[in-house]
Design a protein around this ligand. Structure first.
Ligand code: 1GP
Length: 229
């Protein structure tokens, strides 16, 4: 099941805390994207996650949960993506929450479905940066060094460059891409049209498209075509 992610080039990330109509959800799920990731930084609950999962399950594509809150972990996803924020001094977000989760729920964790994401958060305005106290003032060399910790020291399957809300520095994305040996490079943040999608997809293995689904559906759908042809 975990091998699923190796073929993903395009993923839509949907936020359970945001309203999405049936027609929009259908268009997103039938768009040709490789998977839907369900998650968000704030306002994610068990109830709104169950609700969104059950609506996405009408369609055949893979649906994974990005775990941000222990109380909101819902059974029935294809995989569970667990972020570890690398560029924070606050260990809560590296392994504190993780320890708590394993202590409380370890006996029922489906380890074969867990995929760890080494996250580097680079947009200081994003909710996730504020929440985790991420150090966003990193030069390319430092970002690449964090990426190599994930890839070569920790052997994580995914390195996620997170610019949520703003289109990132593609030079940094390319530099990180060159420094990775085995991790798959996910890029997310500020992709709002086909050109940005194509540029980000040329620099990373997998692109994640979020907000534009809620702001401009047509442009969101164009990002799929730009990557998947
Ligand atoms: C957010 O990386 C994703 O976690 C996507 O970002 O919402 O800016 O597209 P956007």
């Amino acid at each position: 099941m975990k091998d699923l992610i190796q073929s993903w080039r395009h993923v839509f990330k949907l936020d359970p805390d945001k309203e999405i109509g049936d027609d929009t959800l259908e268009a997103v799920c039938m768009s040709g994207t490789d998977a839907i990731m369900v998650g968000g930084s704030t306002g994610v609950t068990y109830e709104n996650t169950v609700d969104l999962l059950s609506r996405i399950r009408r369609y055949e594509l893979p649906c994974v949960q990005e775990v941000s809150d222990l109380e909101a972990v819902v059974p029935g996803f294809d995989l569970y993506m667990v972020p570890m924020i690398l560029n924070t001094g606050d260990t809560t977000w590296i392994m504190g929450r993780h320890r708590e989760g394993i202590e409380r729920y370890g006996y029922m964790i489906p380890w074969e479905l867990i995929v760890t994401e080494g996250y580097i958060v680079l947009n200081g305005e994003a909710a996730v940066a504020k929440l985790t106290g991420a150090d966003v003032s990193l030069e390319a060399g430092a970002v690449s060094a964090y990426a190599q910790i994930a890839d070569k020291l920790m052997r994580l399957p995914i390195l996620y460059l997170e610019y949520s809300g703003t289109f990132g520095d593609m030079d940094i994305v390319r530099t990180v891409g060159r420094s990775l040996e085995q991790a798959r490079l996910f890029y997310g943040g500020g992709i709002t049209n086909a050109e940005q999608a194509a540029e980000a997809a040329a620099a990373a293995d997998t692109i994640v498209v979020g907000n534009i689904v809620y702001d401009n559906l047509e442009q969101a759908l164009d990002t799929v075509k730009a990557v998947k042809g």
